[in-house]
Design a protein around this ligand. Structure first.
Ligand SMILES: NC(=O)c1ccc[n+]([C@@H]2O[C@H](COP(=O)([O-])OP(=O)(O)OC[C@H]3O[C@@H](n4cnc5c(N)ncnc54)[C@H](O)[C@@H]3O)[C@@H](O)[C@H]2O)c1
Length: 266
């Protein structure tokens, strides 16, 4: 159902790899709500994923960009403004990847070269993106920038490994850049801390299936789906949330406030 919440708005969506991706659902909902978007992902994901299919379906241009490359980001922002016909109103950063997790390194035996790459892809890319948007004056007033996070930034989830620190850094960048963007152009910057969700990135974490079930029981509303996350992103991109900035917003069915749930023992 569309309420035209994003009518006339222009945005860039990072991170749609396949139909399971949270960004995929966000892109679909944004267009349904009247937005014009460009889609982007790393060149390797463009070759391996299904993003072109989404581009055709949504009539959205797909522009390759490695989010760790300032040059790629600059080009992406310039091209997006040209294609969409003006400055941007919203941007979604939905990027996460840990080399140490992927290569099954224990947290007590991490390879630091990989850790730095993980931070670059999963967190510093968010700062790079915002710095380009800021210096190119690419955001309209009252625009909205979002990144997706996870509660391992606040609490220990052992198998999440160095992604915990990536998310802590990501959330901190949202607060710090949120100040500068608000002062400059009344642009808001937030992170959404999402429930475990069955996607390529999510399922890459050891013991994900068991943990997904545990979180579902611990959350009085159950785990939030990717579709529900897309709805929340739409509200955060809309004009109905103009005064929300520099926040980490839990979208997790209540998980973050729970101590214990009897359901876990049933
Ligand atoms: N799935 C979960 O359980 C969960 C929970 C909370 C938060 N998140 C976060 O949601 C976001 C989206 O992940 P998802 O779960 O939809 O998985 P996903 O695997 O579908 O998306 C991750 C995306 O990151 C992209 N990416 C990786 N390296 C990149 C690079 N160098 N440049 C540009 N893009 C790059 C991948 O191509 C992919 O599209 C991530 O930030 C993830 O950490 C996921």
């Amino acid at each position: 159902m569309s309420n035209n919440l994003l009518a006339g708005k222009r945005g860039i969506i990072f991170g749609a790899l396949d139909e399971k991706s949270i960004a995929w659902k966000v892109a679909e909902r944004c267009v349904e709500e009247g937005a014009m978007i460009t889609l982007t992902n790393a060149p390797v994901a463009l070759r391996m994923g299904e993003i072109q299919k989404l581009g055709e379906k949504l009539n959205a241009e797909v522009i390759p960009a490695d989010a760790t490359s300032e040059e790629d980001l600059e080009k992406l922002i310039g091209e997006s403004m040209e294609i969409l016909g003006g400055k941007l109103d919203f941007v979604l950063h939905a990027i996460g990847m840990s080399l140490n997790v992927r290569k099954k390194k224990e947290y007590t035996n991490l390879k630091y070269e990989w850790m730095q790459k993980t931070f670059d892809i999963s967190a510093i890319s968010f700062h790079k993106l915002m710095q380009q948007l800021y210096n190119k004056d690419a955001m309209n007033e009252w625009g909205s920038i979002l990144a997706l996070s996870y509660i391992a930034a606040q609490r220990t989830f052992p198998d999440y490994s160095e992604m915990a620190e990536s998310k802590a850094l990501l959330e901190s960048f949202a607060r710090s850049f949120g100040y500068h963007f608000a002062e400059k152009a009344k642009v808001r910057v937030n992170t959404i801390s999402q429930s475990p969700t069955i996607t390529t990135a999510g399922s890459g974490v050891k013991g994900f299936d068991e943990f997904f079930g545990y979180a579902d029981k611990m959350s009085p509303l159950g785990n939030a789906s990717a579709e529900a996350c897309a709805d929340y992103c739409v509200t955060m991109f809309s004009d109905l949330t103009r005064m929300v900035t520099m926040q980490n917003l839990y979208h997790d069915g209540g998980f973050a406030s729970m101590g214990m749930s009897p359901k876990v023992f049933e």
